[in-house]
Ligand binder design. Structure first.
Ligand code: FES
Ligand SMILES: [Fe+2]
Length: 395
């Protein structure tokens, strides 16, 4: 982030903190609880946002070296993401061209070749078919036409984009906006290395999981003995970038930073930025690394979702210099604690909200004036499905 933007945002946060006010939508919106339970809506979401929309499936550090690969199957199509010998990121359908078996079962690893264990058809790590036993049983098979099906893939500013449709188009400027793309670039996400993973399968709609990252009003209550010790609740900064947004959580370290000369102000010390990338990504960069969270619905079940959390560290933190090992271990512990709070505090609330939505007892829930990210997210989501926006009730 440009340093003048950092100063502007920190000043904005301090002004709110001193005045005891938060970001303000100027009114409330009522959200029908059926959006968390409706199977028809869930099917439209699945097709529109997941099967037919570019997905950020990881960061560059997920494929650290030529030969690295990982597999995903969270949005209806099994995919192998791989870094080829020349460092290029490629994505292909994880389905053998012989009779369709998954070629790679491992979640991640390193390989020059992928061999299907059914009959040993073998592909290189760019997906080209390089060998099959008893070749003559298949006549004049054109090897060049029987590689793994390639998917559109783009690696930019440390983000790995894949389109699940082989004919799909990934237009990064359109997806992120140029402004957000430039800002994400400044976080040097391409220099991060994977430190840890966690997966949570929770009995709540995927949008309830997204919602929990959209306000800090709950910090003094839900997180009073955890996050609230390090953060000021109910104060934040918020800006939108097309369908995406940047939401700043206010760290208590801002209290000492305000006394330093402005040249020394650092947005990652004063705040925890939470970037929402449409439709399902939360990206939270810190001084030493980044939390990267992917949130997926369950196919055909609007009442469950899976969150995949990856914690990355900056290379400087992991390098073998004096004290680096201890620092990396400390950062990893902090990350595990943070992830556990999401699971044990936030997602417990999400599952509780889902229980109430399932009962049909409430027709609607309310987004307060201070919960601006929820207003934007839900109306963006509705617009993308051709639904009427939730109207603002000025209060
Ligand atoms: S299905 Fe893969 S080699 Fe036969
Ligand atoms: Fe929370």
């Amino acid at each position: 982030m440009q340093h003048d933007t950092q100063i502007r945002l920190i000043e904005e946060m301090l002004t709110r903190l001193d005045a005891g006010v938060n970001i303000d939508e100027g009114g409330i919106r009522r959200n029908p609880t059926s959006v968390y339970t409706d199977p028809d809506l869930a099917e439209r979401e699945w097709n529109t946002f997941f099967r037919q929309h570019p997905q950020v499936i990881g960061l560059s550090g997920d494929l650290p070296t030529p030969g690295s690969f990982f597999t995903v199957s969270d949005f209806g199509i099994p995919i192998i993401a791989s870094r080829t010998h020349d460092g290029t990121f490629v994505a292909m359908v994880n389905a053998c061209r012989h009779r369709g078996t998954l070629v790679v079962d491992d979640e991640r690893g390193s390989a020059r070749r992928f061999t299907c264990r059914f009959h040993n058809w073998t592909y290189d790590n760019s997906g080209a078919l390089v060998g099959l036993p008893k070749h003559d049983h298949f006549g004049e098979i054109d090897m060049a036409c029987h590689g793994l099906v390639r998917l559109p893939a783009v690696e930019i500013h440390g983000l790995l984009f894949v389109h699940p449709d082989p004919r799909g188009v990934i237009n990064v400027d359109e997806l992120l906006t140029r402004e957000l793309a430039d800002e994400l670039k400044s976080w040097k996400l391409d220099e991060l290395v994977v430190a840890d993973h966690d997966n949570y399968d929770i009995a709540c709609n995927w949008k309830l999981a997204v919602d929990t990252f959209g306000e800090t009003y709950h910090f003094p209550s839900l997180h009073k003995n955890t996050i609230n010790l390090g953060f000021h609740g109910n104060v934040s900064c918020y800006e939108t970038f097309g369908r995406n947004h940047r939401f700043l959580l206010c760290r208590r370290a801002i209290d000492t930073m305000r006394n330093l000369p402005k040249e020394q102000w650092n947005i990652a010390v004063a705040t925890l930025p939470a970037y929402y990338i449409f439709p399902n990504i939360q990206l939270l960069p810190t001084v030493d690394g980044c939390f990267f969270i992917r949130i997926y619905p369950h196919e055909r079940n609007p009442r469950r979702h899976t969150s995949r959390i990856t914690f990355f560290l900056r290379r400087g933190v992991t390098e073998m210099s004096e004290g680096s090992e201890a620092r990396a271990a400390q950062e990893k512990t902090l990350a595990q604690m943070f992830a556990a709070i999401i699971r044990d505090e936030d997602y417990v609330m999400s599952a509780s909200q889902q229980t109430s939505a399932n009962s049909g007892a409430l027709q609607e829930v309310i987004f307060g004036r201070n919960e601006r990210p929820l207003h934007h997210y839900h109306n963006t989501y509705r617009a993308a499905l051709g639904m009427e926006p939730l109207p603002l009730e000025v209060v």
